[in-house]
Design a protein around this ligand. Structure first.
Ligand code: FA5
Length: 348
């Protein structure tokens, strides 16, 4: 019913209502419904036109015709609301039915810890279980702590082995006092300067060396320093602690090699290696991978921080974290850790 003309009779109003309701029944969408509302109940719709036409009637007929239009208008409004609810209910049922609950969900990517972070945590757990405390230190370090206080004075040949990255800033003597720490050992000095024995600590952190990379060397890698100073600490304590660490990380039957090495800040010095072949179930001669340097803290180092060397002795070690992670997971190239390839990192 789209005609706009109106005639002044109740019969005519009934006919308009009846046509409107027939049209309403066939609306299926909210858009159709809105068109219908505009046509009949809108500002310029048929009902408003009927109301306006009342003034054309003789005054005696106006009240009755007015009432007829009002009740027609109320009926149409009520039916409009009913229809709107009906369409909304049908729409939401359709939406619910269109979700296939048997389809697999969208996977949530949780991410995981970097394998080196995981290994640092494993190593720290092994040592805290043996009574060591965990501390951290600066990566930009002074020559004083990185070398001099560790019995490596200026021009000492042992400096060559540390391939140092210097910070390009000179002091008043024209020397560069700052560097990227080449090992975590400076934290031995920083701690002992501020603490009387007993000392039992480990120091995880990044270190840097101007070094060519290959499958077992990176120019930036992680170390975990260890230091224990007390009355009566012996080389046997050092060896026992490191063997216990290896068992905790690699299992009871781990095969290790422990032999002499040289570091100016320990005496005697040692290094520990683990057999790659037995870790990766390969046969043939042992293929030893060095995992740490260690030794009894040199008396010169203890004296330099003011410790009484008649009373105290200590041991220290520095573990290469990436090498441990390689041996634990059978990874044969250290560079994989820092290539940031999600296919590799996602496996941990
Ligand atoms: C040191 O750095 C000594 N500060 C360790 C130490 C501490 C000795 C306390 C005595 C007492 P070294 O340069 O060997 O030592 O390094 C220690 C470990 O770090 C090595 O055994 C190895 O596992 C690892 N490492 C050394 N260089 C690299 C490198 N370029 N890439 C990856 N890991 C390395």
């Amino acid at each position: 019913m789209k005609k706009n003309s109106t005639t002044h009779s109740a019969q005519n109003v009934d006919e308009i209502v009846s046509n409107a309701l027939t049209e309403l029944m066939s609306t299926k969408t909210l858009d159709d419904l809105d068109q219908w509302r505009i046509r009949y109940l809108g500002r310029k719709g048929i009902v408003v036109q009927l109301k306006r036409s009342i003034s054309d009637l003789p005054s005696a007929e106006r009240p009755e015709f007015g009432q007829t239009i009002n009740s027609a208008s109320k009926e149409l409004e009520a039916k409009l609301l009913n229809k709107q609810e009906e369409i909304l209910a049908t729409d939401s049922k359709k939406t619910a039915e269109s979700i296939d609950v048997t389809l697999p969900g969208v996977p949530v990517n949780n991410g995981s810890l970097h394998p080196i972070t995981q290994t640092i945590r494993d190593i720290c757990d092994a040592f805290t279980a043996m009574g060591f405390e965990v501390i951290e230190g600066p990566e930009v370090e002074l020559d004083y702590y990185n070398f001099q206080m560790l019995n490596i004075p200026k021009h000492h040949p042992a400096r060559d082995g540390f391939n140092t990255l210097w910070i390009d800033q000179e002091d008043s003597n024209g020397e560069k006092p700052m560097l990227l720490r080449t090992h975590t050992s400076p934290m031995q000095i920083r701690t002992m300067e501020n603490q009387e024995p007993p000392v039992r600590l480990i120091v995880p952190g990044k270190v840097y060396r101007y070094e060519a990379t290959d499958s077992s060397h990176e120019w930036h890698f992680s170390q975990i320093e260890g230091l224990a100073v007390d009355k009566g600490i012996t080389f046997a304590n050092l060896k026992g602690t490191l063997y216990e660490f290896a068992r905790k990380l690699f299992g009871e039957d781990v095969k290790v090699r422990f032999r002499c090495d040289y570091f100016p800040f320990v005496e005697p010095g040692a290094e520990m290696s683990i057999d790659w072949n037995s870790r990766t179930n390969q046969t043939g001669d042992a293929n030893w991978i060095e995992i740490l340097g260690a030794g009894m803290v040199h008396p010169k180092v203890l004296k330099a921080v003011g410790y009484d060397t008649d009373k105290y002795t200590g041991f220290a070690f520095g573990i290469g974290v990436e090498r441990i992670a390689m041996l634990k997971n059978g990874i044969d190239d250290i560079r994989l850790f820092y290539n940031n390839d999600i296919r590799f990192l996602g496996q941990f």
